[in-house]
Each structure stands twice: as C-alpha cells, then as structure tokens.
Design a protein. Structure first.
Length: 172
C-alpha cells in the first residue's frame, strides 16, 4: 500500500453524473460519524501518532480535514454564485502548526458536522449545468464544480485512511 495515498490519488470521471455526485454526498453524510468512531476515545499519545515519518499527527489531520473542507466549501459556493471567480490557496503546512491546532479534536469535528451537512444539502440540489461551473484557483488554475464535489468526498476519506494507518501501524 502507498501510505501517502492509501486510497489512491484523486480520480474524477471524465463525465461526472448526478448519480456520481449523490454517491459522493452519501460518503460525506456519514463521514463525521465514522471519524468520531475512530478518534473519540483516543488519548493524547494516540493523537500524537503519525502515519509516516514527517507526516502530520492524528490531531493535526483532524484539524486539517476541517480547515480544508471549510476552504473547499467556500470555493464551491463561489463557483456556483460568481462567474469563474479567482480564489486563493491556503498554505496547509502553515495552517497545521497554528496554535489552535493544539486544541482537542472536538471543535474541528463539530465544524465538520456543520460544513458537511451544508455540503450535502448543496450537493443534493446540484444540477447538471452547475457541474460545469468553475472557479480559478490562483495556483492550480480552473477547477470545475464536478471536480470539487469529488474532492470534497475523496479528501476526507484519504485522511481517515491516514488516521487509521497511524493508529494501526504508527511511523517510527
């Protein structure tokens, strides 16, 4: 298994369908319950485990998932309301070491519950025409709504796999 990409790299179908989107929304809908089941009973030492040398620890991963979903959700909304808006990136490595990342994971899980509920509501009402709307990421160029919806689902699963690896087979 590739520990860096334990569920594989992001793959977006060439032609995204509304059925694809609904499947992704189902994953997002159940995510925080699955994340809680994995991290709720962890102690401080377990929250400090890493999935590979040099990686973020479990606590940082949980906070990163919330930070990233927040940023991606905002970009999605902008793409649906503005005409190809340009959006900034965020330096996830710098965000990962900000002082609020020392908090317990609960505030980030609560954020995720709300953000994911809103993402699902938005995703379930998306139209085929809206799938082709896009935003311009300052570093990565044009990104379609269909791609962003896929990434919203994939990204969380990607990091949940990292958390499970850290707990089952921590990096030395």
């Amino acid at each position: 298994m590739d520990v860096k990409f334990p569920i594989g790299q992001l793959v977006v179908p060439e032609k995204v369908t509304l059925n694809d989107v609904q499947g992704w929304m189902e994953q997002i809908k159940t995510y925080t319950t699955r994340l809680r089941g994995t991290v709720d009973s962890l102690n401080e030492d377990e929250l400090g485990l890493k999935y590979r040398e040099g990686s973020w620890d479990v606590r940082q991963l949980v906070h990163h998932i919330a930070d990233s979903q927040l940023n991606m959700y905002q970009r999605l909304r902008l793409a649906l309301t503005d005409n190809s808006p340009t959006v900034p990136g965020f330096d996830q490595d710098k965000w990962a070491v900000l002082p609020d990342n020392g908090l317990p994971v609960e505030p980030s899980i609560k954020m995720l519950e709300g953000i994911n509920e809103r993402i699902v509501a938005l995703g379930q009402s998306i139209t085929e025409d809206q799938l082709d709307r896009s935003f311009i990421h300052e570093a990565n160029g044009e990104i379609k709504v269909s791609t962003k919806l896929r990434k919203l689902s994939w990204h969380q699963e990607h990091h949940l796999a990292h958390i499970k690896i850290a707990l089952e087979n921590p990096a030395k």
